[in-house]
Design a protein around this ligand. Sequence first.
Ligand SMILES: *Cc1c(COP(=O)(O)O)cnc(C)c1O
Length: 441
Amino acid sequence: MRYVSTRGQAPVLGFEEAMMTGLAADGGLYVPERVPAMSAAEIAALAGLSYEEVAFRVMRPFVGEAFGEEEFRGLIAESYAGFGHAARVPIVQIGANHFLMELFHGPTLAFKDVAMQLIGRLFRASLARSGRRIAIVGATSGDTGSAAIEAFRGVPGVEVFILFPHGRVSEVQRRQMTTPAEANVHAIAVDGTFDDCQARLKEMFADRRFAEEVGLAGVNSINWARVLAQVVYYVTAAVALGAPHRAVSFTVPTGNFGDIYAGLIARRMGLPVERLVVATNQNDILHRTLTGGEYRKAGVRPSISPSMDIEVASNFERALHDAHGGDSAAVRADMTALREEGGFRVAQGALSALRDWFASGRASEEETSAAIARTLRETGHLVCPHTAVGLHVAAGFLGAVPMVTLATAHPAKFPEAVEAATGLRPPFPRAWPTCMTGRNG
Ligand SMILES: *Cc1c(COP(=O)(O)O)cnc(C)c1O
């Protein structure tokens, strides 16, 4: 499998190199040259298999020969062994035809673990072979940072640097990032927003001499391997609900567009996905783009769903590249306009493709709180504010097709917002390990 940059001016790479590189040298993001198809029979054959086996079958064609078959199976098994649920990513029913996909059973209680636990092991295996040393640099709105630190702390040959926006992450997230004692972990508070952190990151990658000197690697959702690992749970959920015989829709609490982009890849592989609904908080640039046709920055306002307080949604560039039919010159023009003029108008053809694939909605702060309270009342489940944004938006798209809303974090990770909405302090899961409970003080 070969990977090309969305901007068309970086070397074409194999899976392992694309993963180890992160951001492409031309500032673009790596995408597979061709998306492999799953036939209806292949999808049907996934019914009843373990999460790990589905993960292997879905990801294998994208990975090619980069990792041996047994090696890859072993790394997948290790990645999910530490999850606090036997199904790894269980789905629970919360309404007539509405389901929650619980993505928060990993070690740092957010969906980022699903990909990061695997990437950590793929990096480790690759570095052990090459003997290289690398510096992983990540920007985070909170959850990517804690998941990356958890996945890479103490890994030989790796230094981890995480930039997070000072005062704009939850207290649990801050502790998860700043309490690990391993010498290879460096959490850096930046006076600014997530977008500022991500901009610094992109500048570091753009300085090719520096990047090569320190062996710069990226594990943000700009990293293709992250997106790939997230494709798997769209498949497991759809199959559990009747794919390939029945279509399924998904509502995805969205910030950097990585998670929902994985849903588009699943659809392009042949999974019967009826609708992918982008759910945004008050930072609704993606909703405005899909409805109004113009991607234009308006400034980020901090919200109670901080992991989605983002305006420059990096992975939107991947969707744009697909919507432009792979025309990298068109992507370059859009990205130049975004940088120089703060926005761009999506060309008509691309916009209709995007609207074919994605619907969208937004939740205000009040609507988010109300959704947390209503969900508790109607189902007995406490949900995190990001999940609540998804539930608020999903309510407008319920119908004959089963809707799966992605529960992207555990409510205990955002206790203030949950308690303010319900009066209840969400308890941490029974066996919650690592930095909050002793190993690191
Ligand atoms: C990262 C994150 C999101 C947004 O996911 P993207 O892939 O950036 O769109 C939503 N909710 C939570 C809890 C997150 O950590």
